[in-house]
Design a protein around this ligand. Structure first.
Ligand code: FAD
Ligand code: SF4
Length: 375
């Protein structure tokens, strides 16, 4: 274990900042003119502890042990570290860097014919892996879509899945419901990039491109923590605001996501991931991950998951029900797209997302049904 103390203004913190791709957190143009001003003033931008101990863990067991004492933040590629530090505020007194743990990188076939991918595998390696490209197209495409390239090179699989919310109110230090307040500032504020479905208390969207693909592929998360090893289907990994307003997934503060496990792929099974993003911005405005297995002309298995729609990857169960057991055609697919959007409750500035999702759903489902060529 190598431990050293550093101050945020020292060379060590510059090193962490330099490892961090430069990206800005857009600030809502109108928040100062609204009640947001009062809420921002009540609590200044997130405070960060002055002295932070940096630990470079050499094993998962050591990382768990270092994280267990409380006040510690795990770091992988470090691309989101400054933002994670600000969100955790002065509570963080220690950063535990797991980037040197070699066993957390790479691809290994599993005995059941599936694939294990280490959480430290970079998104570039994920997108380039021949086995992922051939068998888990949705995941390769999701990794490829992360933009710009520096975010793929430095960002890791685990870090992408566990990245913190990007809601600009939260990241600007506002006292919203996720940060000790009692309301969601986005509900009638600047909400162009916020959610349209499953949003109850908090209207953020889960920012990860990888997460919807892992849910659609029915992957599982393997994690290690003080209570030992846990394997959790990605369908149960992400938490809606109704279950937690401080965590976005089931991992506790001392848990390390170690691997992603993907199931074996039956012959003829197809998957895809498509997203739309605004020119000049990095994250998806809307995305769809879908898988489909057709046997004797009928759909016998499918998953449809929406990204950038809800606070967690959103499984469009109603749309799946429309198609399951049916012969795939464009009419049925359009009905499924309508069903997926039936419960959408867009906010004032994000109604455009409903049409975007509908179009993406039709393209994605037509592709996995073999009615359209791959994108
Ligand atoms: C300029 C820029 C553009 C981006 N564009 C996109 C985009 O288009 N699409 C997209 O999906 N993402 C995008 N991202 C996000 C990027 O993919 C993530 O920042 C990155 O994948 C996080 O990986 P990391 O290893 O750097 O994580 P870190 O920054 O090290 O950690 C991020 C968070 O995850 C936690 N964490 C990391 N690894 C683990 C683990 N193994 N177990 C438990 N917790 C863990 C950390 O504690 C921290 O809270 C972008 C980022 C940047 C900087
Ligand atoms: S969307 Fe969530 S994080 Fe953003 S202001 Fe609303 S409650 Fe806060």
């Amino acid at each position: 274990m190598a431990g050293l103390r550093w101050r945020l203004s020292t060379a060590a913190s510059r090193h962490v900042r330099e490892r961090t791709a430069v990206y800005h957190t857009p600030r809502p143009a109108r928040y100062t003119a609204r009640r947001g001003l009062r809420l921002f003033r009540r609590r200044p931008a997130h405070a960060v502890a002055e002295d932070i101990t940096y630990i470079r863990a050499r094993s998962v067991a050591e990382a768990v042990s270092q994280l267990s004492g409380g006040g510690a933040l795990l770091m992988a590629g470090g691309t989101d570290l400054p933002e994670s530090l600000r969100l955790e505020g002065a509570r963080t007194s220690k950063v535990v860097d797991i980037s040197g743990i070699a066993e957390l990188r790479g691809f290994t076939p599993t005995p059941d014919g599936g694939l294990r991918i280490g959480a430290l595998t970079s998104l570039t390696d994920l997108a380039a892996s021949p086995v992922v490209r051939e068998r888990y197209v949705a995941l390769a495409r999701a990794a490829e879509s992360v933009n710009p390239p520096v975010a793929r090179e430095r960002g890791t699989l685990g870090g992408n899945v566990c990245q913190r919310p990007r809601c600009w109110y939260l990241r600007s230090g506002a006292t919203c419901i996720r940060h000790g307040g009692d309301l969601c500032l986005a509900a009638d504020g600047e909400n162009k990039y916020h959610g349209i479905i499953g949003s109850d208390a908090c209207h953020m969207v889960h920012p990860s491109d990888i997460a919807p693909a892992l849910v659609a592929l029915e992957g599982r998360a393997r994690s290690m923590g003080p209570a030992g090893l846990r394997v959790t289907p990605f369908g149960e990994f992400f938490l809606p605001p109704g279950r937690s307003l401080v965590r976005e997934n089931i991992l506790g503060p001392a848990d390390v996501l170690t691997d992603v496990l993907l199931p074996p792929v039956p012959p003829g099974w197809r998957s895809t991931y498509r997203r739309v993003s605004e020119a000049g911005t990095d994250y998806a405005l809307a995305s769809v991950a879908a898988t489909m297995l057709i046997v004797e002309g009928r759909i016998v298995q499918l998953t449809i998951v929406l990204g950038a729609a809800a606070p967690m990857p959103w499984r469009a169960v109603e749309a799946e029900t429309v198609l399951l057991g049916h012969i795939p055609d464009l009419v049925a697919i359009a009905q499924a797209a309508d069903a997926a959007m039936a419960d959408a409750m867009p906010l004032a500035e994000n109604r455009y997302k409903v049409g975007l999702f509908r179009a993406l759903l039709i393209d994605s489902l037509a592709e996995v049904a073999g009615l359209r060529p791959q994108a």
